[in-house]
Design a binder for this molecule. Structure first.
Ligand SMILES: Nc1nc2c(c(=O)[nH]1)N[C@H]1C(S)=C(S)[C@@H](COP(=O)(O)OP(=O)(O)OC[C@H]3O[C@@H](n4cnc5c(=O)[nH]c(N)nc54)[C@H](O)[C@@H]3O)O[C@H]1N2
Ligand SMILES: Nc1nc2c(c(=O)[nH]1)N[C@H]1C(S)=C(S)[C@@H](COP(=O)(O)OP(=O)(O)OC[C@H]3O[C@@H](n4cnc5c(=O)[nH]c(N)nc54)[C@H](O)[C@@H]3O)O[C@H]1N2
Ligand code: SF4
Ligand SMILES: [Mo]
Length: 794
């Protein structure tokens, strides 16, 4: 049939990145020949160059198409792969994993999962996580602490939810903070372009994407974002240009904090009544008002007028049976903390000129509705969690949570969820590596850092990790401590790696399992995020072409493994269709319905703003935080030994003399992380990894564009080609990451990720100095020096 094949068009979507752009694929003779936008799809206005490269990616000769078993020792860089059948591989893998779980506990098997925001693993992630959790391992390297954890989870310390979607279309101003949608989320960038009336504030060390037309662009020094957010908050507070009604009713800013203990004053302490768990606020006239965290209401009355509640000042409150104690509304403490960030202080810390800071404050003040989003620009620092808190609180001052023109929680179809955190067996989460040090961080969700996995493998501390099963993550390149990674992967008893290409991490494996590409498999998507209409679309993406070779989807792999490991019942007897049918039950759709409509089925849903104010039971919904309110003051963080309000002590910068530059990085619009360098149409756009410097900085080192230079930190060095950019801070270097792969078609060599001959950015980074709450690693605020290649004389 391939000979006179006709071309057919198939509806689907691209899932190479978070944008998940609606797409139509042209297929002929079993081959993908073209990907194009699908204008009727809610995210189908455009495709980027990666999306258009789908045929090249799907049909790349670099793909591994058969299960393979290693025949050489792990110290041999050549795994000596021999082909094995799926049956033989899966039987052995299930037996080995089962035996390790039996002998050493499920926690002795570590997992690695790549990111659903930057790979098509989004097709399978929920089934992979169901597998891992029911298997019982609390140890998944997921990269979340350097990716999305802060915006999606640290945000809960403040709002009880992750960051909500920015309602660009209805915003007066859009704040993009360490987030560059033009390169990383095409559909969001398209929405911003359409939001014509909105002013944009961009906080980014690089003048790129929307920073070019921002009003203003704040050229922050990498890693000083927290001070900047506090400085902006200070201006809003000082000018009384914040949503005081929202803060009074919906934040815990009115609640009194005891200055002696740093804890909220409780009704029981004032009235001497046992069991009275209500907290205390105060009216301007001095009268006390009680707040019930259960009903989320003041004086148990949803209609209590909160406008008269005091936000400022110190009062002495007589405690029942004890003397008076000084108390202050939480907001007063926050205002005081912000006041230490006067514009001149902020300018000195962040290198953002005072005039730009004031202009940004004016934009935020003038805008009635501000939508915001932040991502990895603020997530890869030693103080990422507190930085997230500071940005979240700045935005709380605008009161735009879950409201049009601010950030909105769209309604979703209630599909049965394949996975949730309750699937971990009792007692397993507490065993997560790093849980003891960071019980509020990702370990409490079963996500652990590569650094802790390496330690457990190499030192057996706190207990040995004996095996790893990895779904796509290329940790040896995408994480720091590269030398440790090599040692650790060599030391593993057993390592299974699932990917479509043989990455440097996969080369350490005992078994390589070939994963198909998204165009070769079916996948179910519940909503497309960017509007309520987009969230209303359910789409079962059809396979465009048959799987190449023997490749399979991750979903097929975990259903098979689960069945072999005695978890068949939880995996619908290994029947993926049955599993999906169950997921769809609550919306009354069948797989047949969806297969008949490959462009997806829309069941209209309505957005309800300000759900926190809806009545529920005796009170209102409020926020899912300990006080039920937006937490300006986090007693939970304080009880765990962290600052209850964001604080950013200036770091002792002992490395500044030896390493005068601050090194940061960003996503490439042409690649996702360490992928796709083998795709010729993409590689042509960016053939070589570079470090970008201010022209004066380059010149001072005797470097010109195109020269090769050493980029060096206290942890290692690599060589990159120099580029210059006059808009950069002269004290900052921006380097590419994710480089290892060659490109045969273009005759470009591979870069050794494990030596200084290569260009692996993460050789320069160590997880040693980390965020105390999340464990985030300073991929974007490590000190560095850049010097001419010849100048390495020592
Ligand atoms: N093309 C492409 N798209 C992707 C991905 C990809 O690899 N390639 N990956 C996907 C994934 S997994 C993710 S996490 C998202 C990430 O999406 P983003 O977080 O938007 O991506 P980045 O470019 O890494 O970082 C955003 C911006 O942060 C800036 N930045 C660097 N250091 C600092 C700093 O100290 N402070 C501030 N304020 N900004 C800083 C960078 O210059 C960059 O412009 O993208 C997703 N989409
Ligand atoms: N220096 C520096 N380091 C960073 C970052 C940074 O900004 N700077 N960003 C960080 C961020 S935000 C993230 S999310 C991580 C990402 O780090 P990783 O998760 O390691 O991502 P990649 O390096 O892109 O490797 C993904 C692998 O998954 C494979 N893959 C793609 N699709 C599938 C699939 O459907 N199934 C399977 N099994 N495999 C698949 C790809 O072929 C590729 O080999 O990197 C982090 N590392
Ligand atoms: S932005 Fe590009 S890579 Fe991401 S989903 Fe859209 S087309 Fe695919
Ligand atoms: Mo990410």
């Amino acid at each position: 049939m391939a000979e006179h094949a006709e071309t057919v068009e198939k509806a689907g979507f691209c899932c190479l990145c978070r944008s998940r752009c609606g797409a139509v694929f042209e297929v002929s003779g079993g081959r993908l020949i073209k990907a194009k936008p699908a204008p009727d799809h809610p995210t189908g206005k455009a495709l980027c160059v990666k999306g258009k490269a789908a045929p090249e990616i799907a049909h790349s000769p670099e793909r591994m198409l058969h299960p393979m078993r290693r025949t050489t020792p792990k110290t041999d860089p050549d795994p000596g792969w021999e082909r094995v059948s799926w049956e033989e591989a899966m039987r052995d893998i299930a037996a080995r994993l089962g035996a390790i779980r039996e002998a050493s506990g499920a926690e002795a098997v570590g997992f690695g999962v790549t990111t659903p925001s930057g790979t098509p693993i989004s097709d399978s992630i929920e089934w992979i996580e169901r597998f891992i959790r029911l298997f019982g391992s609390p140890n998944t390297v997921y990269g979340t602490e350097i990716c999305n954890w802060h915006k999606d989870h640290a945000h809960r310390f403040t709002y009880g939810s992750g960051i909500l979607y920015p309602d660009h279309a209805n915003a007066d101003a859009i704040l993009l903070w360490g987030f560059n949608p033009s390169a990383v989320w095409l559909d969001q960038a398209t929405q911003i372009a359409a939001a014509r009336g909105a002013r944009i504030v961009a906080v980014d060390p690089r003048r790129t994407g929307y920073a070019r037309r921002a009003d203003p662009w704040l050229r922050v020094r990498p890693g000083t974002d927290g001070a900047l957010a506090m400085g902006l908050a200070h201006i809003l507070i000082e000018r009384e240009a914040f949503d005081a009604a929202f803060i009074r009713r919906w934040s815990n800013g009115t609640l009194l904090v005891r200055t002696d203990t740093g804890r909220f004053l409780r009704e029981a302490e004032v009235r001497g009544r046992d069991g009275a768990t209500r907290l205390v606020a105060r009216r301007g006239n001095g009268a006390l008002v009680f707040y019930d965290p259960e009903t989320r209401c003041f004086d148990a009355d949803p209609d209590t007028d909160t406008d008269g509640l005091a936000l400022r000042g110190t009062v002495r409150i007589d405690l029942a049976g004890a003397g008076p104690v000084a108390c202050r509304p939480a907001f007063d403490l926050f205002a005081e903390a912000c006041a230490t960030y006067e514009p001149a202080v902020v300018a000195a810390r962040t290198s953002v000129p005072e005039a730009d800071l004031m202009a940004a404050a004016e934009t935020l003040i003038a805008a009635r509705r501000v939508a915001y989003y932040c991502w990895s620009g603020v997530g890869q620092h030693r103080d990422a969690t507190q930085t997230d808190r500071a940005i979240a609180l700045l935005m709380a001052l605008k009161g735009g949570y879950d409201s049009p023109g601010g950030n909105v929680a769209f309604t979703k179809h209630p599909l049965n969820p394949a996975t949730d955190f309750t699937q971990f067996p009792e007692g397993q989460i507490e065993k997560a590596l790093g849980y003891a040090e960071r019980p509020l961080g990702p370990p409490s969700q079963g996500w652990v850092r590569a650094a802790e996995i390496y330690r457990a493998i190499l030192e057996g501390s706190p207990y040995p990790i004996r095996a790893m099963v990895v779904f796509g993550a290329n940790m040896a390149v995408s994480q720091g401590d590269t030398d440790r990674a090599v040692e650790a992967f060599r030391a593993l008893d057993f390592h299974v790696h699932c990917d479509s290409v043989e990455t440097p991490t996969a080369r350490f494996a005992d078994y390589f399992l070939p994963v198909n590409t998204p165009w070769e498999r079916e996948a179910l998507r519940n909503g497309f995020e960017v509007t309520q209409e987009a969230e209303s679309l359910i789409q079962l993406r059809q396979p465009m072409i048959p799987p190449a070779g023997e490749s399979r989807s991750d979903t097929e792999i975990v259903f098979d493994l689960a069945t072999r490991l005695g978890m068949g019942q939880a995996f619908f007897g290994g029947d993926i269709d049955k599993a999906r049918a169950w997921q769809l039950e609550p919306v009354g759709l069948s797989l047949a319905d969806l297969r008949a409509r490959p462009e997806g089925i829309r069941r209209d849903l309505a957005y309800r703003p300000r759900k926190y104010a809806e009545s529920r039971g005796e009170g209102v919904t409020g926020f899912a935080t300990p006080t039920g309110l937006v937490e300006i003051y986090s007693q939970r963080l304080r009880d765990h030994g962290h600052a209850p309000m964001p604080a950013f002590p200036a770091p002792a910068d002992s490395e500044a003399a030896a390493y005068p530059l601050l090194l940061t990085t960003a996503k490439s619009p042409y690649y996702c992380h360490s992928q796709q360098r083998h795709i010729a149409s993409l590689r042509r756009r960016k053939p070589t990894p570079t470090v970008t410097l201010h022209p004066d900085t380059a010149e001072a080192e005797g470097l010109a564009p195109g020269d090769r230079a050493w980029v060096e930190t206290a942890h290692g060095r690599i060589r990159l080609a120099v580029e210059t950019d006059g808009t950069l801070d002269p004290g900052v270097a921006v380097a590419d990451y994710g480089w290892w792969q060659g490109n045969e078609a273009l005759g470009l060599p591979a870069h050794d990720p494990f030596s200084e001959e290569g260009a692996n950015y993460n050789r320069l980074i160590s997880a040693g100095a980390a965020d105390p709450i999340s464990g985030s690693v300073p991929h974007r605020s490590t000190r560095a020096r850049v010097s001419a290649e010849r100048g390495d004389g020592e």
